[in-house]
Design a protein around this ligand. Structure first.
Ligand SMILES: [Zn+2]
Length: 432
């Protein structure tokens, strides 16, 4: 194909030159000079084409090599799947545990680590009990390794450390376990979950590059809310910060608020600060008819907003963005009561530990399942409630609450992830 193209270029160039020469001859000039030039041009073009062809061939070779590697990896993945399926289908793990118990086999370091690894393999690193058991086995094994310098455990301990780090656990990888590269990888994986964090980064989908460099913050301790301002100035100096203690006097103002949420593939993550659901495009909130796209929603325990000084069990914040980039948050307060079927569906897939977004196969979720029937609200201008606490965010907190059971509150992986209420600073709270 390329050869043919090269030939065509050559022929066209020659034909063009010949015609040019003929025209020149007609006007009495010698055409041979131009003809030679045209020939040279054609040859240069031909050479360039040949070079390109060589590059393409090289790229194709590289691609072939990559394909072979992929095939090999696919083989490995299939093997692993087969092992997992075999262990997961049969009662191998429980049989083994029962057999150990029955024969009163002492669960030495090796066996504990082995069982831990089996649990991780069968139940997956998302299962908190499996991770916990493995972590404990690892601690025992690490101690044994330090105490008597048992080289026989080294491989298992290293595998456990690296496995837990990959599962998003905070674990130090010993120097003798292959050291720095593994440590660095695990650390960066922890610091930069591949997903937007709470209010801080409302963009749906991929993490903004800034998340990598963002300083650490938390809800208690050395980088708790009182200290956020040292790293994120708006959190300390802002005059229109969220959340608020909602209390009168209120200003009556008619704003029509109409959520129009649609079912879509569930995409859920634990970003280390909250459980967040990233929403596929198509769900909207209309404010006086103006559409705001629903990007994500997430939870706080207890509710960040207070009503007359009292928080509710939890709150869900629906984060929306208009075409101009203006943010609007719809807050639905969750009150302790009956079990909430929508929350049940979510909690079944909510990662217990910090993890990038997961997309459970064929699980759909409609955010409308978390809304009450009535949309009367309290409204005010505020900010992101997580660093960098950016202002210019409109808040609408619904007056109607939605139930959540005590068990459901208890199984939320964060005991406390609410920023304290902020000064009103003369803002009006409207009621619609
Ligand atoms: Zn929030």
């Amino acid at each position: 194909m390329k050869r043919t193209l090269a030939e065509i270029v050559l022929v066209l160039a020659l034909a063009g030159a010949a015609a040019f020469g003929w025209l020149n001859m007609q006007s009495g000039k010698a055409a041979s000079g131009q003809l030679i030039e045209a020939q040279v041009d054609a040859e240069v073009a031909n050479e360039q084409l040949a070079a390109t062809e060589k590059e393409v061939a090289e790229a194709e070779d590289a691609l072939d090599a990559l394909r072979e590697e992929m095939e090999a990896l696919k083989g490995k993945a299939l093997e692993l799947d087969a092992v997992k399926a075999a262990l997961g289908n049969g009662p191998v793990l429980s049989d083994l545990e029962a057999a150990y118990k029955k024969d009163k086999v002492a669960l030495g370091v090796d066996r504990q680590l082995g069982l831990g690894a089996l649990r991780m393999l069968v139940k997956g690193s998302q299962d908190p009990a499996a991770v916990e058991a493995y972590t404990q086995a690892l601690e025992t094994a690490s101690k044994a390794m330090q105490a008597v310098n048992l080289d026989s455990h080294k491989k298992a301990v290293c595998a456990a450390q690296i496995g837990l780090a990959a599962a998003g656990q905070k674990v130090e990888i010993s120097a003798e376990c292959g050291g720095q590269a593994a440590v660095a990888q695990a650390a960066s994986g922890h610091a930069a979950p591949a997903a937007p964090a709470g209010h801080g980064a409302p963009a749906a989908g991929k993490a903004p590059a800034a998340a990598h460099a963002a300083p650490h913050w938390e809800y208690a301790g050395a980088m708790g809310p009182e200290r956020w301002g040292t790293q994120f100035p708006t959190c300390g100096k802002g005059k229109e910060q969220s959340p608020l203690n909602i209390k009168g006097p209120f200003v009556k103002q008619r704003v029509s608020l109409a959520p129009d949420y649609k079912p879509g593939q569930l995409k859920i993550l634990n970003n280390g600060h909250t459980i967040q659901v990233n929403v596929p495009s198509g769900s909207k909130l209309r404010l006086d008819g103006k559409p705001y796209e629903l990007l994500q929603f997430h939870f706080h325990r207890p509710s960040e907003e207070q009503l007359d000084g009292k928080p509710m069990a939890m709150v869900v914040h629906f984060v929306h963005k208009s075409a101009e980039g203006k943010l609007a948050v719809l807050g639905v307060l969750l009150k302790e009561g009956n079990e909430n079927p929508g929350i049940k569906a979510l909690w079944a897939h909510a990662p217990a530990v910090e993890t990038p977004e997961v997309e459970p196969a064929d699980v759909m979720f409609n955010p409308a399942n978390l809304l009450p029937r009535e949309y009367d609200f309290f409204g005010y201008e505020g900010s992101l409630t997580t660093p960098p606490c950016t202002e210019g965010v409109s808040f609408f907190i619904l007056k109607s609450t939605v139930n959540i059971s005590k068990e459901q509150v208890m199984s939320f992986p964060f005991k406390m992830n609410a920023r304290p209420v902020q000064p009103l600073n003369g803002r009006t709270i409207i009621t619609g």
